[in-house]
Design a protein around this ligand. Structure first.
Ligand SMILES: O=C(O)[C@@H](CO)OP(=O)(O)O
Length: 206
């Protein structure tokens, strides 16, 4: 049994390109983002993976990335679960603001704390810990049983919802997670042991 779990962050979105805090806002992919999703599907095809189930968020950029990727893989119709538990961190009052403007207003250090710390929430939004509080139970109750049953799973989600998941999978501390960045459209392939610990991690870079 392979027990494979693939995580992929959506391709570049229009708001990534414009350097805006996005969170629960719902922009489309850019042309580059569409291409990144295609390449991700192609890399997974080369890797020889077949999926039984897909999971994604309720946000369009992740759903579109997943459908392009599955199309490229030749598996466009696999059962897919969409759930807000996998949505990006809610950026609260920062949503829609330019990240450089935010640094100019609140300072580099404060903005970095909001973006990458474990438990400091942006005003009106979620910390990574808050995001984890919805991602982790969803992983345990919905995703992990599929993986452990041998049903290879792909999860198309977001930078911070995936940082929360990677933190749990790899047993990272709140200090470790600060430096963890998830690139757009680069599949991360985990093989899990029967006890759900990680046996192997492979990053399918271009
Ligand atoms: O704006 C966002 O929603 C996220 C991901 O693009 O940004 P950051 O990398 O700053 O957490």
């Amino acid at each position: 049994m392979t027990r494979t779990l693939v995580l992929v962050r959506h391709g570049q979105s229009e708001w990534n390109l414009k350097n805006l805090f996005t969170g629960w806002k719902d922009p489309d992919l850019t042309d580059k983002g569409i291409e990144e999703a295609r390449i991700a599907g192609h890399r997974l095809k080369e890797y020889g993976l077949h999926f039984g189930t897909a999971f994604t968020s309720e946000l369009y950029r992740a759903q579109r990335t997943l459908s392009i990727l599955l199309e490229e893989l030749g598996q466009p119709h696999i059962p897919t679960v969409r759930d807000a538990a996998l949505n990006e961190r809610d950026y609260g009052d920062l949503s829609g603001l330019n990240k450089d403007d935010a640094r100019a207003k609140w300072g580099e250090e404060q903005v970095l704390l909001w973006r990458r710390s474990y438990d400091i929430a942006p005003p009106g939004g979620e910390s990574l810990k808050d995001t984890g509080a919805r991602v982790w139970p969803f992983y345990i109750h919905r995703i992990l049983p599929k993986v452990l049953s041998g049903d290879n799973v792909v999860v198309a989600a977001h930078g911070n919802s995936l940082r929360a998941l990677v933190m749990a999978l790899e047993g990272m501390s709140p200090a470790d997670i600060v430096a963890e960045e998830i690139s757009t459209g680069i599949p991360i392939v985990y093989r899990l042991n029967a006890d759900s610990t990680v046996a192997e991690k492979t990053v399918l870079s271009h």
